[in-house]
Ligand binder design. Structure first.
Ligand SMILES: NC(=O)c1ccc[n+]([C@@H]2O[C@H](COP(=O)([O-])OP(=O)(O)OC[C@H]3O[C@@H](n4cnc5c(N)ncnc54)[C@H](OP(=O)(O)O)[C@@H]3O)[C@@H](O)[C@H]2O)c1
Length: 234
């Protein structure tokens, strides 16, 4: 039996891509999945839906008023627009900052109050763009560097406070999900070329890593898993 059987996992961005695959993997292991999305109707069967727009602080606080105890939080929701610093639309930066960074941080803070005394886990989805800046990555990469810094800061604060909570990251390269349509917005040819040049990761490849972090025994702390397609060059 999986250690996740009967555990309750709060998963943001459960409606699509990596989140959808993670939800499926968790349900297969007998976990109870609470899925956050702006489109609760698009959540797979078996997920307990919570409708929230993570750009809204009120919506985030509302999520945590609706839940009782949770054993883990997976901060997966994220937006990727190709929006350059030199001439990109600041509205794109703001949305990315709110979802990728602010919501992840506030959800993490609020989740601590819902973990059982014996402890909990937080898994943040970062990116290879949180480890090196791709030439066309614009404002997205800084948000993912921030995810890594927030995870490290939180880990240190948690250790200093003696809380039995583990924080880990998963940092994928290109994954074949709807997010890439936004990332390559206006550069559809480049997306086509990228698809032809490599077999990308599948959402399930990343979901397995998330589940590994959640299933690891309490005495093992995994800080970050970096994974990319074997054919991705950088
Ligand atoms: N795909 C890649 O190549 C790749 C690579 C590295 C890292 N990542 C990271 O992986 C994570 C998941 O991405 P994905 O590729 O699976 O993308 P996706 O298929 O586009 O899914 C994004 C998810 O985020 C949710 N979301 C976005 N904005 C939201 C908002 N304002 N409020 C609530 N939920 C919101 C969406 O839910 P609703 O639309 O239903 O609200 C959706 O479930 C992201 O953090 C992304 O940065 C992806």
């Amino acid at each position: 039996m999986s250690p996740l059987a009967n555990k309750t996992i709060l998963l943001t961005g459960a409606s699509s891509g990596i989140g959808q695959a993670t939800a499926r993997g968790l349900l297969d292991r007998g976990a109870r999945v609470i899925g956050v999305s702006r489109r609760p109707d698009s959540l797979s069967q078996g997920i307990i839906p919570i409708k929230a727009d993570l750009t809204s602080r009120d919506d985030i606080q509302q999520i945590f008023r609706q839940i009782d105890r949770i054993d883990a939080l997976v901060n997966n929701a994220g937006i990727a627009y190709l929006s350059r610093i030199i001439d990109g639309n600041p509205a794109d930066w703001e949305e990315m900052w709110r979802v990728n960074v602010f919501a992840l941080s506030l959800c993490s803070q609020l989740a601590l109050r819902h973990f059982p005394k014996k402890g909990g886990r937080i898994v943040n989805i970062s990116s290879m763009s949180g480890h090196r800046v791709p030439p066309t990555g614009g404002f997205y990469a800084p948000t993912k560097f921030a995810v890594r810094a927030i995870s490290d800061a939180m880990r240190l604060e948690i250790k200093a406070s003696g809380l039995p909570v583990q924080v880990g990251c998963v940092s994928p390269g290109f994954v074949d999900t709807p997010l890439l349509d936004h990332y390559f917005r206006g550069r559809e040819e480049a997306l086509q070329k990228t698809r032809e040049a490599m077999t990308m990761l599948e959402p399930e490849d990343v979901a397995r890593c998330v589940i590994q972090l959640l299933e690891t025994p309490d005495h093992v702390e995994i800080g970050d898993i970096l994974l990319r397609s074997a054919e991705q060059k950088v």
